[in-house]
Design a protein around this ligand. Structure first.
Ligand SMILES: [Zn+2]
Length: 97
């Protein structure tokens, strides 16, 4: 995978759930109003789970992706670890000092 991980979209879930809940409440005495209200609330909950994904899961996926690089010669994806220093590097550093 080379593309950045995508956030989950939730705009239409939010709009549709608000519309369904409002229409459902305005027609609450009819059967269709209750159905609309239930569907609207289910949609709102689905949107909420997508919001939680964007807030809790996506940031880690994105920061993992930020550390990955694709080699244009061989197509290998490798992970850059800025904090990592190999024992060989430390040896060189101590020799210099
Ligand atoms: Zn390569």
């Amino acid at each position: 995978m080379t593309a950045a991980p995508a956030k989950k979209r939730l705009r239409w879930q939010v709009i549709l759930s608000i519309v369904l809940v409002l229409f459902g409440l305005s027609k609450i005495t009819h059967g269709i109003g209750i159905v609309m209200l239930i569907v609207g609330l289910a949609l709102a909950y689905w949107g909420y789970t997508r919001l939680r994904y964007n807030q809790n899961v996506w940031p880690q996926l994105y920061s993992d992706w930020q550390l990955k690089f694709l080699c244009n010669k061989c197509g290998t994806v490798f992970v850059n670890q800025p904090s990592y220093t190999s024992p060989a590097d430390e040896e060189v550093a101590s020799t210099v000092e």
